[in-house]
Design a protein around this ligand. Structure first.
Ligand code: ADP
Ligand code: MG
Length: 592
């Protein structure tokens, strides 16, 4: 269906285009610039354009393509870098250099590359197949086996399934009789990005997503299939948090969406990830990672699409029975794209220029997280983690406010902590997790029955410290009793020995669950035994002079996750020191 361009208003254009439908993809002008119909009025369509519109002129041809904005889903996604509408950036750069030429035509996946396909031995010709069932597999990377799925909207009798062998994406590998039509199936299929992929049923999330970051896993856990937001002012460490999760989390697949942030941060990933070895598979991290990059120098509107491109790919791997994490940096930049478009449409802004549908769009996006039974009865999950960059670090602004209501895990980054170089600068007073009790069941099995008690005691200690510090700031430390001073010392053990974790230190960057538990146990053991000694009138200064105090704070970078025996030995050493002191002081008491 062809029509013509009438008017250009930045990233929005109007075209006379009969019978186009909302959401339909269009191709504009000689260059074939890509856009999407976002509004209809009579014969006219309003189109949001994903590339620079400067070169367009009224009168140019606009073609409605007959399908919605979609992605290609198949082998070759992993290790790749796409822009906001799934164009492969490396392939484009090879063809055209650093600047993406407008209307550049290249398929998202390489259609000529050969993949070794192994048909599923349970399939037999003549059987009835429905969407989501597994036709066979392809070893996509050394560590990931890619299941080739019947597209979700397809069903029928299996007529032909090709033998094991090498096929490219353009070779059909199966066919089904769908009604009167014989439908060819390929190693890939397309799916519209704004339509969540179907699954059988939603299930409860049960297992924590282990990130190796103590403040998250131990204090504010996230589950596989859960949703989290990471708000923080500029420079507080949002990107670092997202990168640490991409690096270390125990998901099968990581999708990193760089949305409207600086491009050099993505370059950082591209240069470091290939060299980092996945602790699980012992292979390069890029083998389980894919990047969607729509950085601040790319068209604003494509940011809006990039989030959906990312989450659709995430659902596709979930449908293969895998655990997928998607991090989006940042949802604020995505919301800016919404604001820009709605402003140009002349829609009534409601809060700080954002349209009234900001909250519903945000929640529809996060709704795509979850742990499900797939159409082929496997278990898979999508975990969504969105960074939020509120202007001026003000958490009362709309994107932070709505995110806070939608997510179950809220990791609030604090400027004060970042300024004090307490990293990760996650505030233990403002953050929360609604998943603690579920995570506790897992932790208890992995570590010890006392896990939840330890965690809660540590948080209580930290909140008593916050209160006491208020008093100290008003009247000075002299006003505190020895017990109160020991609370502050105990909280410092937790802060320095457990909460602070350097992403830049090879040993400290990742902590296994066992190491996390033992570190917490060490700090709480010292605190609790100290409390008992104070009752025997041991001066608090003497406790502070103990060499185990400094040593405890350094444990995190002394013992790696493999060296937990060292931590256990240290626990014994702590007990010996305190036994000795207790012995000396109780004898003194007797003498008196
Ligand atoms: N866990 C961490 N360990 C060490 N340094 C950190 C950590 N988190 C943040 N930083 C420091 O803070 C700087 C800014 O972090 P970044 O993630 O870029 O902030 P944001 O994305 O919020 O603007 C980093 O370059 C790094 O020096
Ligand atoms: Mg950042």
């Amino acid at each position: 269906m062809a029509g013509k361009l009438i008017e250009i208003n930045g990233p929005l254009v109007r075209a006379q285009l009969e019978k186009a439908v909302n959401g339909e993809q269009v191709s504009i002008g000689q260059l074939g610039i890509i856009g999407e119909v976002i509004g209809r009025d009579g014969d006219y369509s309003t189109i949001q354009v994903y590339e620079d519109t400067e070169s367009l002129r009224p009168g140019e041809e606009v073609i409605a393509l007959g399908y919605p904005l979609s992605v290609e889903l198949g082998p070759g996604l992993l290790g790749n870098i796409f822009d906001g509408i799934q164009r492969p950036l490396e392939t484009l750069a090879k063809i055209a250099g650093d600047y993406i030429p407008k209307g550049a035509k290249v398929t998202p996946l390489d259609h000529k590359k050969l993949w070794h396909f192994k048909p599923n031995s349970e399939r037999h010709e003549g059987e009835k197949l429905s969407g989501g069932e597994i036709l066979g597999t392809v070893q996509e990377t050394e560590s990931i086996v890619h299941s080739i799925l019947v597209p979700p909207n397809t069903q029928g009798e299996l007529i032909l399934l090709k033998l094991e062998g090498d096929y490219c994406l353009d070779d059909s590998i199966a066919s089904v009789q769908q009604g009167k039509e014989e439908k060819l199936l390929y190693l890939y299929h397309r799916w519209p990005v704004r339509q969540p992929r179907p699954y059988k049923v939603r299930d409860h999330a049960i297992a924590p997503l282990i990130t190796g970051q103590r403040i998250f896993d131990t204090f504010f856990p996230l589950l596989k299939g859960g949703k989290a937001a990471v708000p923080g002012p500029f420079g507080a460490g949002k990107t670092m948090v997202q990168q640490q999760i991409a690096r270390w989390s125990n998901a099968d697949i990581v999708i990193y969406v760089g949305c409207g942030e600086r491009g050099n941060e993505l370059v950082d990933i591209l240069t470091t990830f290939p060299d980092i070895v996945d602790p699980k598979s012992k292979r390069s991290l890029m083998e389980r990672t894919l990047l969607v990059a729509n950085t601040s120098n790319m068209p604003v509107v494509a940011r809006e699409a990039s989030i959906y491109v990312g989450v659709t790919i995430a659902e596709y791997y979930r449908d293969q029975g895998l655990d997928v994490v998607m991090v989006a940096d940042s949802t604020s930049r995505w919301a800016e794209a919404l604001r820009e478009v709605s402003g140009r449409l002349g829609q009534m802004p409601v809060e700080e220029g954002y349209p009234a549908y900001l909250a519903s769009r945000l929640s529809a996006f996060y709704e795509r997280a979850g742990r499900v039974h797939t159409l082929s009865e496997q278990r898979g999950s999508v975990t969504l983690i969105g960074a939020v960059s509120p202007p001026g670090g003000d958490f009362s602004e709309p994107v932070t406010g709505h995110s806070k209501e939608i997510v179950q895990t809220f990791w609030a980054l604090s400027k004060e902590l970042a300024d004090a170089r307490h990293y990760p600068s996650v505030s233990w007073t403002e953050s929360f997790s609604g998943y603690v009790n579920t995570a506790a069941k897992w932790w208890v099995k992995q570590t010890d029955q006392e896990w939840l008690q330890l965690r809660n005691d540590a948080l209580t200690l930290l909140s008593r410290d916050t209160e006491l510090m208020r008093i100290v700031n008003l009247v000075g430390p002299e006003a505190l009793s020895p017990e109160q001073r020991w609370i502050i010392d105990g909280a410092n053990l937790i802060k320095e020995g457990v909460l602070q974790q350097s992403a830049l230190d090879d040993v400290d960057s990742y902590a296994s669950p066992e190491k996390q538990y033992l570190l917490l146990k060490i700090m709480m053991l010292i605190y609790n035994r100290g409390v008992d000694l104070l009752k025997l009138e041991v001066p608090v200064q003497e406790l502070n002079r103990l060499s185990i105090m400094g040593k405890a704070k350094r444990c995190k970078s002394t013992y790696s996750s493999e060296q937990t025996q060292g931590l256990r030995d240290f626990i014994n050493a702590i007990n010996q020191v305190f036994d000795q002191l207790e012995h000396t002081y109780s004898e003194n008491l007797h003498k008196v």
